[in-house]
Design a protein around this ligand. Structure first.
Ligand SMILES: *Cc1c(COP(=O)(O)O)cnc(C)c1O
Length: 225
C-alpha cells in the first residue's frame, strides 16, 4: 500500500500519462476517463482523491462497495461508481442502487434479473456495458466473442440499455490485439464506450480507443489482503 501522501502525486502522474497517450492515439476516443479502482483500498485513500476533485471509482464486489461508498457519497453526492467485477443475480437489487454503471453484464440470466428488478424500481444505475471474455479464458467472466451479437440482441429485446463493452485481456500476452478486437466489436455494434486498460496496459488501451481505463495499483499502491 502506498502512503496516503503518495496518492495525489500518482494521480497527477496518471492524468498526465493518460493525456499523453491520448495525444498519440490512432483510434482516439472522444473522452478517456480514469476509473480509480479502489477495491481492497481504504475509505481514507478514496477520500483523498475525492477531496482533490476526482469523482470516478470502480469496485469489483457489491458487498465491499456497500460498506465503503454510502458514507463517501453522503459527503460527495456527485461521486460515480462503476461495478467492474462479476455480478451474481441475487445481488442485482443492491447493485442497481449502489452503482452508476454496471460494466459486467455477461449472460442472459443476469439480463433477466436486471430487467426484472428495474421493472420494480430503476434505482441509480442507468448505464450498462457488456463484458467480453476477449481471450476466451475459462477462469474469466464475460461473454465469448462469438456469443456477443446474441447477447446484445437479447439486451435490446429486453430493453436493457447497453452503451459499451469491457474486457480484461490475458495477463501474460501482448494486450494490443485484444484491445483492437474489442474496439472493432464496439464499432460493429455501434457502442460508444470502451472500458479497457489497467495499471500495466492503460496506455496501450488508450491507443485503441479506450474511453474508460480502470487503474488500481498504479494509483493507490498494492492492495490490502
Ligand atoms: C482490479 C481490477 C483492475 C485494476 O487493476 P490494477 O492492475 O490494480 O490497475 C481493473 N479492472 C478489473 C476488472 C479489476 O478487477
Amino acid at each position: 500500500m502506498n502512503a496516503p501522501t503518495d496518492i495525489l502525486p500518482q494521480w497527477h502522474t496518471l492524468t498526465d500519462r493518460i493525456e499523453k497517450a491520448r495525444a498519440h492515439a490512432q483510434l482516439r476516443a472522444t473522452h478517456t476517463r480514469l476509473v480509480a479502482v479502489s477495491k481492497a483500498q481504504s475509505s481514507e485513500a478514496v477520500r483523498i482523491l475525492l477531496e482533490a476533485g476526482h469523482r470516478l471509482f470502480g469496485e469489483n464486489k457489491v458487498q465491499e462497495a456497500e460498506h465503503k461508498f454510502p458514507p463517501l457519497r453522503d459527503a460527495f453526492p456527485d461521486l460515480q461508481l462503476h461495478l467492474i467485477g462479476s455480478l451474481q443475480s441475487n445481488k442485482v437489487h443492491d447493485a442497481l442502487y449502489l452503482f452508476d454503471v454496471i460494466e459486467t453484464v455477461d449472460r442472459t440470466s443476469l439480463v433477466d434479473a436486471l430487467v426484472k428488478e428495474r421493472s420494480k424500481s430503476h434505482g441509480r444505475c442507468q448505464t450498462f456495458f457488456v463484458q467480453v471474455n476477449i481471450g476466451e479464458e475459462p477462469q474469466k467472466g464475460g461473454v465469448l466473442p462469438a456469443e456477443l451479437p446474441a447477447l446484445l440482441g437479447y439486451c435490446r429485446q429486453a430493453a436493457l440499455p447497453v452503451s459499451g463493452l469491457m474486457c480484461v485481456p490475458p495477463a501474460e500476452e501482448n494486450p494490443a490485439p485484444y484491445f483492437a478486437l474489442l474496439h472493432r466489436m464496439a464499432q460493429e455494434h455501434e457502442l460508444a464506450e470502451l472500458s479497457m486498460g489497467m495499471s500495466g496496459d492503460f496506455e496501450t488501451a488508450i491507443r485503441f480507443g479506450a474511453s474508460f481505463v480502470r487503474v488500481g495499483t498504479a494509483l493507490f499502491g498494492s492492495r490490502q489482503p
